[in-house]
Design a protein around this ligand. Sequence first.
Ligand SMILES: Nc1ncnc2c1ncn2[C@@H]1O[C@H](COP(=O)(O)OP(=O)(O)OP(=O)(O)O)[C@@H](O)[C@H]1O
Length: 237
Amino acid sequence: MNVLLRNIVKVYEQFPALEIEEWSIKSGALWGLIGPNGAGKSTLSKIIGRLEAATAGEISYDGNPYTTQLQKEMTVVFQKPYLLRTTVWENIAYPLKIRGYGTKEIKNAVEDILYQMEIGPIMHQKSWTLSGGEAQKVALARALVFKPRLLILDEPTANIDPAAVAVMEKMIRRANEEAQITVLMVTHSLQQAKRLCKEVAFMHRGKIVEAGPTEQILYHPSSALTKKFVQGELLID
Ligand SMILES: Nc1ncnc2c1ncn2[C@@H]1O[C@H](COP(=O)(O)OP(=O)(O)OP(=O)(O)O)[C@@H](O)[C@H]1O
């Protein structure tokens, strides 16, 4: 899905949290959003994912304004996922059920993703009994199972053990490469951005300072601020 942002502003009680003149996400992209704490990464991803309204500005999706139909084609996964109070299996089946898939299709799709994400053994477990990392895996499985056209991830692998990170990154890469799902991912790990993202945007104080191919932004940034950040010298201010 192509997403175009123009003059997006978000103000929280007179505090300007976001000011983006123009930014576009091309269909099939895999963007990483990096920047210090409080830079506005979550706010921007929630606004693009329509979980929050911008104070001003416009976002178009494939050249059109947002419609409720689009809600079925995109999804946002948070670090602390909201799961339904039921089993893992039911949580993953849910997005397919509300989209009208048949019983057989649902069974096949859920079984496939349970297997690929290595969470088959916990499929009958109730969501509130899961560990934090297991819940994050289930949330990603639930987002991927219906093949959204736009997937927004806000630190999906924070607090995850290295083996599970590898599985989750494999699934995100595969979703992007094989299912052509457009991905926007907030991450605090520059290593993860290097491994996974084709392009990276660096945010600071509500603005996108610099955006472009991952290699360029992380190794040859043009802004002194980006350079400081990627070298680990930018303090929260
Ligand atoms: N609901 C809110 N009310 C008031 N201020 C808010 C609200 N949500 C976010 N902010 C402020 O907006 C700014 C941007 O926050 P945001 O969560 O987008 O940053 P972030 O880059 O995702 O940070 P982090 O890396 O710490 O998660 C911060 O200064 C934050 O305190």
